[in-house]
Design a protein around this ligand. Structure first.
Ligand SMILES: O=C(O)CCC(=O)C1=CC=C[C@@H](O)[C@@H]1C(=O)O
Ligand SMILES: [Mg+2]
Length: 346
């Protein structure tokens, strides 16, 4: 096991060091309050224009189950664990009352950048999507330059889509960056790019989609760890992972509705060390959320519990059935012990 070395090390006796395990509620209990929503997005982001998630209520509040459609059931089990933690256990105690957030800029033409940044009042950091289908180097350079004109700290996220050579040359073209997130797909490629450029490298998919989320850290392949509550199995597991990492931490959303975002913000507020600006402002990407979204004020958001509004934008019945069936399969996996031993550890 990687040593407990990080600045987010948990204090012995902290409620997060034990007390994390919660038994899995029955499928019927979850289905009883579950609703599937379809949230329209202002711009295409990670290939989608509508974000579907399921929300459900437990004794501690609301939880979200929203694994991306292409994720298999084993991966989805972590997302369900996170939703159950939120609804049956609630958030850990906060250590601060606000969290700095970054603006998130989809792969839009440079001319559209200003309007997007206006949705993140006071943000001094922006994350810019690059390496999207159809993007040319010129598009990326112009998009990043338009962001840099207005925001001092700029990072880019390639979602693992560059080859190492493309990553190295594009990062050099893009000028000064706070970091480049997941420039390539594998840990080995990240390490190679990190050795070749001065720009810090952040790991996202290499943490959230990995069997072993700390391998990328042990391999010395990243300077920054991007962690997401839903794919990593909940707030307490993220805190435990962060405690094992001596890197800068960024808590980011998984394009969550306001219910899932509440867990991300609570998690970031419970980290012993300050984070870099977190990717928790994506509620502004929906034309309508399940509740009042977390919109930054002076570049920061505040932890709070969220209950969905009464008039939700419900998914159509075919999609709702698809989600209920997915929940049923994923719940069976979780109940059979998948992800459970790790989960009970925190
Ligand atoms: O980090 C942010 O600024 C917002 C969240 C974000 O960018 C993402 C959320 C969900 C899926 C992703 O493709 C994307 C990411 O890769 O970080
Ligand atoms: Mg990312």
């Amino acid at each position: 096991m990687f040593p407990l070395a990080g600045k987010n090390r948990l204090k012995p006796g902290s409620d997060l060091c034990h007390g994390g395990s919660v038994s899995i509620p029955s499928l019927e209990e979850i289905l009883d309050t579950a609703q599937v929503v379809a949230l329209p997005m202002r711009e295409r982001f990670r290939g989608i224009t509508t974000r579907e998630v399921m929300v459900f209520r437990g004794p501690a509040g609301w939880g979200e189950f929203g694994p991306f459609p292409e994720y298999d059931d084993a991966e989805a089990a972590w997302w369900l664990a996170a939703g159950i933690e939120a609804a049956w256990q609630g958030p850990p105690s906060p250590l601060r009352d606000s969290v700095e957030v970054n603006a998130t800029v989809p792969a839009v033409p440079a001319d559209d950048v200003a309007a997007i940044l206006d949705r993140f009042p006071g943000a001094t950091t922006a994350k810019v999507k690059v390496a999207e289908p159809g993007d040319t180097l010129d598009d990326e350079v112009r998009r990043v330059a338009a962001v840099r004109d207005r925001v001092p700290n700029v990072r880019v996220d390639a979602n693992g889509k560059w080859t190492p050579q493309q990553a190295i040359s594009t990062i050099r073209e893009l000028g000064e960056l706070q970091y480049a997130e997941q420039p390539c797909a594998t840990v080995e490629e990240l390490a190679a790019v990190r050795a070749a450029v001065d720009t810090p490298i952040a790991a996202d998919e290499s943490i959230r989609r990995a069997e072993d989320p700390l391998r990328v850290v042990r391999a010395g392949a990243a300077d920054v760890a991007v962690v997401k509550v839903a794919p990593l199995g909940g707030m307490r597991r993220v805190l435990a992972i962060a405690a094992d990492i001596d890197l800068d931490i960024v808590v980011s959303s998984a394009l969550d509705s306001a219910v899932g975002m509440a867990a991300g913000v609570s998690c970031a507020a419970a980290l012993p060390g300050e984070t870099l600006a977190c990717g928790l402002g994506t509620g502004t990407m929906f034309t309508r959320d399940v509740a009042t979204p977390f919109v930054p004020v002076d570049g920061r958001v505040h932890p709070r519990l969220v209950a969905p509004d009464d008039d939700l934008l419900l998914a159509d019945p075919v999609r709702a059935t698809w989600w209920r069936e997915r929940l049923t399969r994923t719940h069976a996996l979780l109940a059979a012990g998948h992800a459970a031993s790790e989960w009970a550890r925190v």
